[in-house]
Design a protein around this ligand. Structure first.
Ligand code: 3PG
Length: 213
């Protein structure tokens, strides 16, 4: 399925309990990495725009691994949106969200997941009708207890916590009613990607995919 045409962010986030957050240095790693993650059961992939290879990596993954739903992370401005959408990104993720970026997200028409770390930031998004957001950086910003507390006064919001989430604490996040999935780098750590340990990455993906089975 490429790139989740017509689907919204809610449908994309429902496809897997965990989204691998990927930093791709070597373009040659993009396709084997996407294949390993999909083979392990994780179809939704976030390629961060932190390396020069990101844009081409998204194109390569989409073409070679059609079952993958490949989105772009670390989108900070209009330039990032343009680069990500021209690569065919299925969704866009940002670590935070100012009014200018939110306007640009809405205008671009691609599903987006803006980041928040406080109730006030969440309410600013809610004022625009945005209910699905990334909670970042999840662990430093209060973790599971913060999200549980936000769920009291703001029960309609749904989160993808990312930042310090791991195989060991992910179940605690996924047990919350306001968490739809989690994100993180633990499924494809840079060390394993550089070593081209696709077997090990597939194993980590399989474990993450089973977090909510
Ligand atoms: C990021 O943007 O780097 C993600 O939040 C990943 O964080 P993690 O490495 O703590 O999983």
């Amino acid at each position: 399925m490429s790139p989740a045409a017509g689907s919204d962010i809610q449908a994309i986030l429902a496809l897997a309990p965990a989204i691998p957050v990927l930093v791709i240095d070597d373009l040659d790693d993009a396709v084997p990495l996407a294949k390993a993650l999909c083979a392990g059961g994780l179809r939704v992939l976030e390629v961060t725009f932190r390396t020069p290879a990101a844009q081409e990596a998204i194109v390569a993954m989409r073409e070679a691994v059609p079952e993958a739903v490949v989105g772009a992370g670390t989108i900070l401005d209009q330039r990032g949106i343009d680069a990500a959408t021209s690569a065919g990104s299925a969704f866009l993720v940002s670590p935070g969200a100012g009014p200018k970026l939110l306007d640009a997200f809405v205008a671009c028409g691609t599903p987006f997941l803006p980041g928040i770390a406080t109730p006030s930031e969440a309410m600013t998004l809610l004022e625009r009708g945005i209910t699905h957001m990334k909670f970042f950086p999840a662990e430093p910003a209060g973790g599971v207890s913060m999200l549980r507390s936000i769920g009291g006064p703001l029960p309609d919001l749904r989160f993808c916590p990312t930042g310090g989430v791991s195989e060991s604490n992910a179940p605690d996040y996924l047990a919350l009613p306001n968490v739809v999935c989690v994100g993180g780098s633990w499924m494809a750590p840079t060390k394993l990607v550089r070593a081209k340990r696709w077997d090990e990455i597939e194993r980590l993906a399989r474990a993450a995919a089973a977090l909510r089975s």
